[in-house]
Design a protein around this ligand. Sequence first.
Ligand code: AFP
Length: 298
Amino acid sequence: MVDPASDGGADSTVEAVFDAVAATAPEIRAALPGRRVESGTENASGESVLAGDLYADELLGEAITAVDGVGSFVSEEREAAVDAGGGVGEGAYAVAIDPLDGSSNLRSNNAMGTVVGVYDAPLPATGRDLVAAGYVLYGPITTMVVADADGVREEVIAGDDGGVERSVVETDLRLPDDPLVYGFGGRVPDWPADFTDYAREIEDELKLRYGGAMVGDVNQVLTYGGIFAYPALVDAPDGKLRLSFEANPIAYIIERAGGTATDGEQHILDVEPEGVHDRVPLYVGNEELVERLQAALA
Ligand code: AFP
């Protein structure tokens, strides 16, 4: 077992952020069975929020804002940024999270997780300002994928009230050259014709793996190679996923693993947001598959 914090090279604040995220994971996972209900509130994106979302957001907000070197905290579940001491871009970082991505999978007991982006600029910022990104995946086991200056690694997170153990199980994660899986969100009748044509091609080549939680579906692409998309829809040209909390961190991870990501026109990491809750279409995975998609949408 390698202690990632002694993994050399990685920025100590970044390591402290992922220590804080890992430390909350067992507690969030243990609380899920009792929090499958609607909270009765909506988030800044107008989506109904489960009790699990709020609990995860609260725990993660507390843990992340307590990290020295974090100047600001933004969450998909909160309207505005939380000031954690300022100085973002002058040595401090802004951390953006989706506390429980795929929380609608709670009722059906399917995968979900937490997405984290560490930005070296005040938000809203482009993905090029990311210095690290990662996600916790609550699957049969709890894992955390972390991408930073040293590359992409996978850790197993284990623990209880006595403490949390992070064990690096894969280093230098890379997308396999021969892609195997695809997962496309949204309803098929809502897909624009050019995306539908592309999907028909891909259906002939790859295996469908779509679980309704981006972190689980992207983790399949990272493991087996392929493409994940939540496309622009006929009645929602910006798609569903949020740039700051979902698309940018995932694009950063997959790019560092040898893949790429686009909003259909440009690289996701180059998209200039107006607000922290901006949505973008997201197409991410093996370079050849994403480039074919961009040509299909051109
Ligand atoms: P929830 O967090 O509300 O479950 O939404 C999950 C998500 O944002 C993303 O993780 C999925 O890829 C996408 O929505 C699934 O959306 P559909 O339910 O429309 O397929």
